[in-house]
Design a protein around this ligand. Structure first.
Ligand code: ATP
Ligand code: MG
Length: 286
């Protein structure tokens, strides 16, 4: 699949309204997408194995979206084939008192994946320029007043860019997904949560309050994406009205990224190879 259409690498400013939420890239049915996804999941398992054996890179996958865009289920489906020992998912909610006693990158930095591993962030430090900006929560953050100026968002974008450059150059490959769902589709999904007993628990009154701020959030996403898309750590704007299509594109981006690292299994030197021969002979005699 041609993935360039979904990728923002900082060369050009984007407008979110130019990105379709219901594009399906010529894929005709959910079934067709699921077949392709299953193949990608197998490939991902192999690539993860290589990542682990190669032991130089780690992969950080960030998911950001409006409520009900399908972050949780995308994580569940796309990552279903990878080895749980090499993967960790972290969900970031409203910060605790302890977290607020540190800088805004502290809690996510502690959760970064080790070399050879995949780390998934369900929400991330990007909340610090999204919900925190929309609700102006910076007032509650105990930051010294001299640093809380009108430039704070620009400064945070810059801090995030620097941080991502820093971890990239240490071997952490960063992939950022914005699941781009339409306001109508969100309404449908909320209604389904309200009408289906097994989904009732997913609905929260806060979701309706946030929905009222839809435009403010869209603008904050657009600004954040424009300010923090780089070649090293691009954003991917994923059409998310059809969950099956979103999952397929996500799996393709992850596999493409892992393949671009051109990793090989470690090769043994001549002496080590000879030793293997000896061990084999010894075992066979046993
Ligand atoms: P679901 O899709 O199941 O609702 P969720 O990711 O929305 O999952 P919730 O527990 O509903 O999980 O919400 C977490 C809330 O925490 C979100 O509203 C998010 O904006 C908020 N949050 C995350 N990080 C921060 C932060 N740094 N400061 C303030 N609020 C934050
Ligand atoms: Mg929620």
């Amino acid at each position: 699949m041609e993935l360039n259409a979904f990728t923002v690498n900082g060369k050009k400013k984007i407008k979110l309204e130019d990105f379709s939420t219901d594009f399906t890239g010529g894929i005709k049915s959910k079934k067709e997408a699921e077949k392709k996804l299953a193949r990608n999941i197998e490939k991902m398992a192999e690539l993860q194995n290589k990542l682990y054996a190669h032991d130089k890179y780690s992969l950080l996958i960030i998911f950001q979206a409006m409520d009900a865009a399908g972050k949780d289920s995308a994580i569940k489906h796309v990552m279903s084939g990878v080895n749980p020992q090499g993967t960790q998912v972290f969900s970031f909610k409203q910060p605790s008192a302890e977290e607020l006693d540190h800088d805004f990158l502290w809690r996510t930095t502690k959760a970064l994946p080790e070399r050879g591993r995949i780390g998934i962030f369900n929400r991330s430090y990007y909340e610090e320029v999204l919900v925190v900006k929309v609700h102006n929560l910076v007032q509650n953050q105990k930051i010294p007043a001299e640093f809380v100026t009108e430039n704070i968002w620009k400064e945070r974008y810059e801090q995030i860019r620097d941080f991502e450059k820093h971890i990239s150059m240490s071997g952490t490959k960063v992939i950022k997904f914005f699941l781009n769902v339409s306001k109508d589709e969100q309404k449908k999904r909320f209604l389904k949560r309200l009408e289906t007993p097994s989904k009732n628990w997913k609905f929260s009154a806060a979701d309706l309050a946030e929905r009222k701020l839809w435009n403010k959030y869209q603008k904050s996403y657009e600004d954040a994406i424009n300010a923090t898309s780089t070649k090293l750590a691009p954003w991917h704007i994923i059409p998310a009205d059809n969950k099956w299509f979103a999952r397929l594109v996500i799996s393709e981006v992850i596999n493409d990224t892992l393949e671009s690292l051109k990793m090989e299994y470690p090769k043994l030197n001549e002496e080590q190879m000879q030793n293997l021969g000896m061990y084999k002979a010894e075992l066979e005699k046993d």
